[in-house]
Design a protein around this ligand. Sequence first.
Ligand SMILES: [Zn+2]
Length: 664
Amino acid sequence: MSKELQITTEQFIEDLYGSAEAIIYFNVNGKTWKNKPQTYAKAQSKLKYLNSTKDADIYFIPNTGGTKNSQITQINSSFIDWDAGRNSQGNYFPIGIVAQKKQEFLQQIDIFPYRPTYVIETRNGYHVYWFLYPGTTPEQFIIIQKELIKQLNSDPVIHNPARVMRLPGYYACKSGQYSLFFVNIIEHNNVKYPVDIFISHFSLSLQKDNDNSQIVSTSQLPTESTISAHNNTYIKKKKKKNTISIIMGTKPQTSDNEKEIILKTMDEVIDYICRQNIAEYLKLDNYRNISSEGSLSVSCPCHNDTTPSASIYYHEDYCYLKCHSSNCKFGSGTLVKVVEMKNGITEGDAVIKLMEYYNLQIDDSWMKEEKDKYIENIEMISQCKQWKELYPDLYRCINRIKADLSSKILLAKDKIQLRTSQGKSLFFCSLREFERVYRQKTYLENQNRQNERVDRYCLLGLMEKIDENEIPYGLYRRMQVAKGKKRFQYRIQCYHIPEYTTEFLRKADEIAHIAKEKGIKLNSITKNSVRDVFGEDMARKLYPQTDDIKPSGSGAEFLTAVEKVLLDDISLKGYTTTSTVKDRLCGTSTWKQVHDRRVKEHLPGLLEKHKLVEITANKKLKEKYKIDSKGYPKIIMLEQDYNNMKALTENSSDALRLKEIVAA
Ligand SMILES: [Zn+2]
């Protein structure tokens, strides 16, 4: 498999050291090139040679200054080395288990309050970097490293300033009993952190460990045990009653606010917060003057503002602040952004602070129920042999790809983030990710034929695609962020998987039956065939990203042409074939080249509309229609004619009568 780096080693080096000309200490097979620290440009060809022909492992020192801790003069980044671990014999886990653990770790990273600057994949885990602004001391570096190790449960020895790490863009050669693994950059975010932010974070959390007073940081990181929940629920777990926010001051004292507000997910929390009146939060006297129509002129809370240069207003139920000053970086945003900018903290911390302020709690018990349903679904699929008699058509559609379907439900189980007010739990995923999980690979370039499979499940109702308009704001935004990440690329979509009750499977069987009857091939479901057979609503459900479910201008013209040729030919000869229709269309000036597939796509709908059938011509039919081709071609004829034929052959042994009919 070819793996193309979108981000080169050169760019990584330049970002990390702040210059492409930086002098770097490289390390080959655990030995430092002590006397020849050099630029990457100079070392590159030698390193590539050693790596590719001598199976040498290539490392480097991310910080600047030397090879001993005491020689390090500049800290460039904090980083961790996270590893999926080994079994009791000290060997790596099988690749499938590693893939699962890796997936879980990436979810932890996704919810970690600080987005990493780089994520680099290794055979058994990840190296994650958070680049730091210059000025970080080695002592501060050690504090941060140790805290990261604790928070993310990574390799405990990775905290010395002169630490060597694997250089991305090279093969790991001696990774145990396994073959070469290409150490690849899988994520890059254009972020860098001032050391104070990390340090204040960690020292606050350390203070809490030592001091059992009621002062709890609102911006404290999740602890190792709670973060393993793989979702946003850590916020709920770390919250304690009667805590005092040291940053926000005291909580509002109205009786309303003393009651906890229980919400189901992080997305609901963000939605709730974005609806709150920003002026009220800022304790402005005239906060009531904002309505859905009127805005309020205020002094901007995010810059030193003497003349009111900002306004607060509502738009589609969300409250926004917009600063009109050119000296202000704020622009416009919701309360989350106001708190983020005003206090110079991260978005995640702003949300946590606002949760405390409004006394919001997350109740995720629904998630467990939902996960139980998924486990039952998988159980159902595993017993799919029993469907053979109960739901024969569904069985035919699913049996051969049941492992693929199960892998999707397993993935959904880990990925669900939110339940809508209609009770639908949602998750998003890319087709490539589906394929990757199904194949139990850590990395895959292509989605293979996942679009066909997903369309099949969705037609049967086993999965449901969610229209972008129905996705709650928070989830939608995260989906947009994910679309920018390399590992999520390729057709990202939001889905819901329903509970597979017996009633539900009966319905799926019915759809499978209709599809079979109408000649819809399940490995090539198209928008047109679904619309023609099942109607526009179903087509819209299957293709929510398509604006126009009706055939487009030229599409509609083509459909009309197919219809005309088809009916003309049948009325002329009593039957027709797809290749005849195709040939006739090819002769026209509008379509020089027409493929069978394009005609076949419209067939199910036209057969339905004009009560036609497509059947394999037997000897009698060939006689009747004077078809002289070899073999038994597929022909299209009126259902009525076909039924008459069948009735004759079945009910009557009277050869004479048959002769009459055929002659007629
Ligand atoms: Zn401003």
